[in-house]
Design a protein around this ligand. Sequence first.
Ligand SMILES: Cc1cc2nc3c(=O)[nH]c(=O)nc-3n(C[C@H](O)[C@H](O)[C@H](O)COP(=O)(O)O)c2cc1C
Length: 135
Amino acid sequence: MKRLLYISTARSILKSTEFDDLLVKSRKANFAADITGLLVVGGRRFLQVLEGPDQNVTATYKRIAADPRHFALVKLHDREITRRAFASWAMGYEQGGVAADTATLEQQIAALVGPIADPTLRAYFTGFVETHLPA
Ligand SMILES: Cc1cc2nc3c(=O)[nH]c(=O)nc-3n(C[C@H](O)[C@H](O)[C@H](O)COP(=O)(O)O)c2cc1C
C-alpha cells in the first residue's frame, strides 16, 4: 500500500456543478479501486492525498496527472505505508485557503491546509509535506 500527495493548479476555477461531478466520479472510481484520500481546494490550487494498493494509486495518479483541468502537478510525497491516514473517505473534500500568487510552495500548502478545522487532519498534511518537499 502507498500514499501519494501532490499539489496542482486549476486551468480555471471549476463551477460548483463541475466540481460536484468531479467528486462524485472520483469517489465512485476510488471506492472501486480501494483508494481513500482527501482533496483540498483553495482558489486555483488543489492539494490531494491518495492512499491504497500501489498499482491502483499509481494508475489513478497517472489519469489525474493527464487531466487537462489542472496542470503543474508537483508530487510532494510518495511512500509505502502500512496504515491509511485517510481511511474514512473514498475522497474527502475540504475547502482550503488561498495564498498570494507569489507565495512559495511551502506558503501555498500552509494556506491550503490552514482552514482545516480538525488539527489531526491538518497535522497529517504538514507532516507529510515537511519531510518531502522537493529541494
Ligand atoms: C484535482 C483533481 C482530482 C481528481 N481526483 C480523482 C480521484 O481521486 N480519483 C479519480 O478516479 N479521478 C480523479 N480525478 C479525475 C481524473 O483526472 C479523470 O478525469 C477521471 O479519472 C476519468 O478519467 P478517464 O476520462 O481517463 O476515464 C481528479 C481530477 C482532478 C482535476
